[in-house]
Structures are given as structure tokens and as C-alpha cells.
Design a protein around this ligand. Structure first.
Ligand SMILES: NC(=O)C1=CN([C@@H]2O[C@H](COP(=O)(O)OP(=O)(O)OC[C@H]3O[C@@H](n4cnc5c(N)ncnc54)[C@H](OP(=O)(O)O)[C@@H]3O)[C@@H](O)[C@H]2O)[C@@H](O)CC1
Ligand SMILES: Nc1ncnc2c1ncn2[C@@H]1O[C@H](COP(=O)(O)OP(=O)(O)O)[C@@H](O)[C@H]1O
Ligand SMILES: [K+]
Length: 539
């Protein structure tokens, strides 16, 4: 599991150590210099003679960069420092100067400065860290903007290797905002613990590979702001049948997906559920879609009539492939959702079901909108806040939290990185998918998979002693398994592929994969789940 902590928690953990004289900045900057040296050795063979540009702001983030610059200069690098803040960490600057680093004229034309920096072997971004709010300004913004332009005009292989100090300067450290003028890093060396922006869209793409420096911070009392589940965590949450289990104890999922207009959604959602190991699927939908489901999956049981006539289920998937004009189906979904909520049955509410939500929902209802659907939901409930798709994409965590507050439900926001949060607990951020997954019907597969995961753990989700944060965690499990199945189907494999998905770059030396259909994703589920449980799945 990868985790990130909020700025206030990091500051609270640093304060007693600093008061006790623990040299946190020494540790941070030494580790930073080591990381830069090791990247330089890997990329160009040696540190000696390498030209390293260092962008320095006025606070301690600049201090980290300056002391690291001193270490690198002592190892023979040709270090060039550019101050872009109103002040400069004095002790750090003195050490860098004493070690032989050169200070470039900070007032020279930004374009000329940028041209010079763009020719460096490596660049350190030490402008701002956790002490600044989102968005660079002033001279810092001017220099970074010019630098981005200068770097973009060079061939990829001739651009400097960019290392961000703690976070890429200018990101929204806690909310993951990515304003204009952030220098995208190849690596971020983060101090003490990862910061939320390093795991959250849209800022995470600017972080590159993340290296965490252990500073000895005591964060045991601090809650995780962001959690990213890894393969071992998924295996722990996955329900594995034992000898005493049978189809009913393994979980029966009711699926009300598909319509005469979109019958395919029924096939995709049921395929995902049965392939992911549902004890049983009861399909409650129109005749034509049911016929297609049963042709493909004879093991599916048809459920007719109202919710209480369909037969017992441990969870429902409602709404995939039901359009806004399908009033009769929508009314049925609304009645079934009410029925399920009254009985404490977990529900995945997807697509059409998002249009018939009651005012308040329990956390055991998992809403699965994409950004457009979430914008619609927020615009309806929070009309004065001006939510639209672009705003949801720019501030996805804020949008997600707002939707949770307004509904009481657990919300899963689909995207290249999928976010899940409930009324309590962290934001889960899963980035295992491949862009090949952006294909029609992929969401129906996720909905069926998520429904099956909830059905298989229904006993833990409801009743006395149930963990109120489990729905969100299981939503994250489904999103991660869905993304991994997409990668397997597309032929993008390995932990390097996970990292490449997150940073939106091609995996080093690996395959970028190829096209897939939504059904391919469902079909890849059994082998991915098997490998997950065998412990052979990386990342
Ligand atoms: N404490 C320690 O010992 C340890 C601290 N550590 C390190 O310290 C970092 C935190 O340092 P911090 O608290 O000094 O704040 P920091 O991130 O440098 O930002 C403040 C500076 O930014 C400037 N600035 C602000 N907004 C801006 C903007 N929009 N655009 C441009 N500039 C802007 C602001 O300028 P001003 O507003 O004064 O003009 C001020 O100069 C942390 O991330 C980690 O790297 C680690 O080494 C562990 C030990
Ligand atoms: N660029 C991307 N990278 C990774 N995953 C993506 C990308 N674009 C979309 N996805 C995933 O594909 C699925 C699309 O779902 P959705 O938008 O509901 O499509 P549909 O309604 O056609 O099923 C979601 O799980 C989403 O996370
Ligand atoms: K920084």
C-alpha cells in the first residue's frame, strides 16, 4: 500500500523533531543529492562534469535544493544556481557557494536563462514545497514557463532529467491541483512521507517516479489522506471460497443493467461478474438483453418482476446501459434502489441509476460516475458552485468529496486514475489501467466487477461491527483489478507498466500494448485474479 499525508500532519510531525535538533534538512538534502547522482550515473555514466541547474525559491524547499547542490558540486558536478524567490536560504546558499556552485544572474532575461538551463544534464526544482499554496507566481512562474518552452523545443533525449524537491513546485500539495506553469519532473524526491499531490490526478503526472526519504517522522497518529492499494492489498481483500462455501455464501449479485437501446451493457456487466467469481448472478432486465446474456452465460439466472420477486441477492448492480429516456426502467431502478437501501443491501449505482438517487444514501451504496456524470450530479445538487466536466477534471478530489458530502454514498470517479472515497477514511487512488481501457463498455465491466466484489463481501459490509470504510476500499479493489485486467488484455505487463500508467509515459523498454475491447477485459479477469491470489502479480 502506498500512502500520502496532508501538509498539516507533516508539519506536526516535523515540529518536535526540529525542536529536538534533529537535522531533518541535512537528511533530506543528502538523500536528494544521492538520488540525483544515481540518476545521472544511470543516464550518462558519471556525475563529474555533469551540468546541473538548480531552481531555488525563498523557503526551506530551496534550502533542500541548495544543500543538495553543495553535495553535488563537491562530487565534481558543474552546478548552476538560479534564485527565483524574494529571498534565499542563507546557510544553504553559503554551503553551495563554498562547494564551488555558480550563481547565475537571477535578473537576466528569462528566455536566455531558460535556454541555458534546458541544456543541463539535470535540473533540480526547489522553488516551493509544502509551505506554498498552489500556482507559482512572479519570477518563478516566468522562469518556469520559459524553461518549459525551451525544453519542449528540444528532442526528448536531449532534455534535462528533472528532479522535483518534495513536490513539483506549484502543484496543489493536498488537493492534487495542477495549475499552469508546473515543471513536469522525471523523479520527485519527497521528504518523510509522500504528499497527496504525488498520488492524485491531475498533479501526479508531473511527479514522475517518486522516491520517499525516511526522515524518522512519527505519523502513527495521522490519518492517511490518500491510499493506493497494491497487489498484496488486493489479495487480502479478495474473498476466496473455503470448503464450507456454496454459491449462496459466495455472494449472489442482482444485475439490472442493459436496455433495449443498450443491450450490450447487460452482457458486459454479467460477464465481468461471473468471470470474477460471483456465486450466482440474477439478471433482471428486458427480454432481448436477457436472451443475449443467457446465450453467452447460461449460468446466469433470470429474475423477473419487482425487486422482492427477483430472489435473494447479497448486492445489486443498478443502471449500466439504462438511458435517460427509459422512464419505465428508471422508475424500476428507483424502486429497487429504495428496496435495497431499506434492507441494507449494498448497491453499485451506475449510469442511469445516478439519475434516480434519493436525497441521502448509506455508505454501502457505491456510485460509479465518470467525470461528466459526476458533474451532472453536482450541478443538480450544488447548482451555484458551477460544476462542469472541466472543473471535475481539474479538481477531481474536491468534486469527489463534495459528492460524498451531498449524497452520503461512497463515490468512485472513473478516469485514467480512478478515485474512490466514502464519508470517512482516505481517498483511494488507483492508477493501474492503460489508456487502451478508454473504450465503450469498459465502465459496464467495472460495474459488474464492483457489484460482484460487494456481493462477495456483503457480510462484512453490513450489520453490527461493519467497517464503514470497507465499501470505498472494495471499490478501489475493483478499480485496480479492472485496470490490471485491461493491461493484461492489452499486453502491457509488469510493475514498470503500473508506473508507466501513472506517469502516462511509455514503460521503459516495455510494450505499450495494443487495442482491447471491453469484453477482452472481462475475459482477462480470471487469470489476473488467479495471479493476484498466487502472489505473482507485481505493483
Ligand atoms: N522544516 C524543515 O526543517 C524541513 C523542511 N523541508 C523542506 O522545506 C519545505 C517547506 O519549506 P517552507 O515551509 O519554508 O516553504 P516552501 O515550500 O519552501 O515555500 C515557501 C517559499 O515559497 C515562496 N512562495 C510561496 N508561494 C509561492 C508562489 N505561489 N510562487 C512562488 N513562490 C512562492 C515563498 O516566498 P514568499 O511568499 O515569501 O515570497 C517562500 O519563499 C518542504 O517542502 C521541504 O522541501 C524538508 O527538508 C524537511 C525539513
Ligand atoms: N485514459 C484512460 N486510462 C485508463 N483508464 C481509462 C482511460 N479512460 C477511461 N478509462 C477507464 O475506462 C472506463 C470507462 O468507463 P465509462 O466512461 O463508464 O465508459 P462506458 O460508459 O462506455 O462503459 C472507466 O473504468 C475508466 O476508468
Ligand atoms: K519543489
Amino acid at each position: 500500500m502506498r500512502t500520502a499525508h496532508r501538509v498539516t500532519d507533516v508539519v506536526d510531525a516535523e515540529t518536535p523533531l526540529l525542536a529536538a535538533g534533529v537535522p531533518l534538512m541535512e537528511r533530506a538534502s543528502f538523500a536528494l543529492a544521492l538520488a540525483v547522482a544515481s540518476d545521472l550515473r544511470a543516464r550518462r555514466g558519471r556525475v563529474v562534469g555533469a551540468r546541473i541547474g538548480v531552481l531555488v525559491g525563498g523557503g526551506n524547499n530551496g534550502g533542500d535544493a541548495l544543500i543538495a547542490a553543495a553535495h553535488l558540486a563537491r562530487r565534481g558536478a558543474a552546478v548552476e544556481i538560479v534564485g527565483v524567490g524574494r529571498a534565499m536560504h542563507e546557510a544553504g546558499a553559503a554551503r553551495a557557494r563554498a562547494a564551488g556552485a555558480r550563481f547565475l544572474d537571477a535578473d537576466q532575461d528569462a528566455g536566455e536563462l531558460a535556454g541555458r538551463l534546458a541544456g543541463c544534464a539535470a535540473l533540480l526544482d526547489g522553488i516551493t514545497g509544502i509551505g506554498a499554496s498552489s500556482g507559482l507566481r512572479g519570477r518563478a512562474l516566468e522562469v518556469v514557463t520559459a524553461l518549459r518552452g525551451a525544453m519542449a523545443s528540444r528532442p526528448r533525449g536531449e532534455r534535462p532529467w528533472v528532479v522535483a524537491v518534495d513536490v513539483p513546485s506549484g502543484v496543489g500539495v493536498d488537493d492534487g491541483a495542477l495549475p499552469e506553469g508546473v515543471l513536469p519532473a522525471d523523479r520527485t524526491v519527497t521528504m518523510g512521507t509522500a504528499k497527496p499531490a504525488l498520488l492524485l490526478p491531475p498533479a501526479e503526472v508531473a511527479a514522475g517516479e517518486v522516491t520517499t526519504v525516511a526522515l524518522g517522522l512519527d505519523l502513527t497518529g495521522a490519518s492517511h489522506a490518500v491510499v493506493r492499494l497494491e497487489a498484496g492489498d488486493l489479495a487480502e481483500e479478495w474473498a476466496v471460497p473455503g470448503p464450507a462455501d456454496h454459491k449462496y455464501t459466495r455472494g449472489v449479485l442482482g444485475i439490472a443493467a442493459g436496455s433495449d437501446t443498450y443491450p450490450g451493457a447487460a452482457v458486459l456487466a454479467t460477464s465481468a461478474a461471473v468471470r470474477a467469481g460471483a456465486g450466482m448472478v440474477r439478471y433482471a432486465g428486458p427480454d432481448a438483453a436477457a436472451a443475449q446474456v443467457l446465450t453467452r452465460h447460461p449460468e446466469v439466472v433470470r429474475g423477473l418482476g419487482e425487486a422482492d420477486q427477483v430472489g435473494r441477492v447479497q448486492a445489486w448492480l443498478l443502471g449500466s446501459g439504462v438511458g435517460a429516456g427509459d422512464t419505465e426502467r428508471l422508475a424500476w431502478l428507483e424502486r429497487t434502489l429504495t428496496h435495497a437501501v431499506e434492507r441494507g443491501i449494498p448497491v453499485v449505482a451506475d449510469a442511469g441509476a445516478l439519475a434516480v438517487l434519493p436525497e441521502r444514501l448509506p455508505a454501502t451504496v457505491l456510485l460509479t460516475p465518470h467525470a461528466g456524470e459526476l458533474a451532472g450530479l453536482l450541478a443538480a445538487r450544488d447548482p451555484r458552485a458551477g460544476w462542469d466536466r472541466a472543473r471535475v477534471e481539474a479538481l477531481p478530489v474536491r468534486a469527489l468529496r463534495r459528492a460524498v458530502d451531498l449524497t452520503g454514498a461512497t463515490v468512485l470517479l472513473k478516469g485514467a486514475t480512478t478515485l474512490v472515497a466514502g464519508p470517512s477514511g482516505p481517498v483511494h487512488s488507483q492508477a493501474e489501467a492503460t489508456p487502451w481501457l478508454g473504450t465503450a463498455g469498459a465502465g459496464d465491466v467495472l460495474a459488474g466487477l464492483a457489484g460482484m466484489v460487494l456481493a462477495s463481501r456483503a457480510g462484512d459490509l453490513t450489520g453490527a461491527g461493519a467497517d464503514p470504510e470497507l465499501t470505498a476500499r472494495l471499490g478501489a479493489v475493483a478499480a485496480s483489478v479492472h485496470g490490471r485486467a485491461a493491461r493484461r488484455a492489452a499486453g502491457v505487463e509488469g510493475a514498470a507498466g503500473v508506473e508507466a500508467s501513472r506517469t502516462r509515459r511509455a514503460p521503459a523498454g516495455g510494450s505499450v500494448g495494443g487495442p482491447i475491447t471491453a469484453l477482452d477485459v472481462a475475459e482477462a479477469l480470471p487469470s489476473v485474479i488467479r495471479d493476484l491470489l498466487d502472489g505473482t502479480l507485481g505493483g
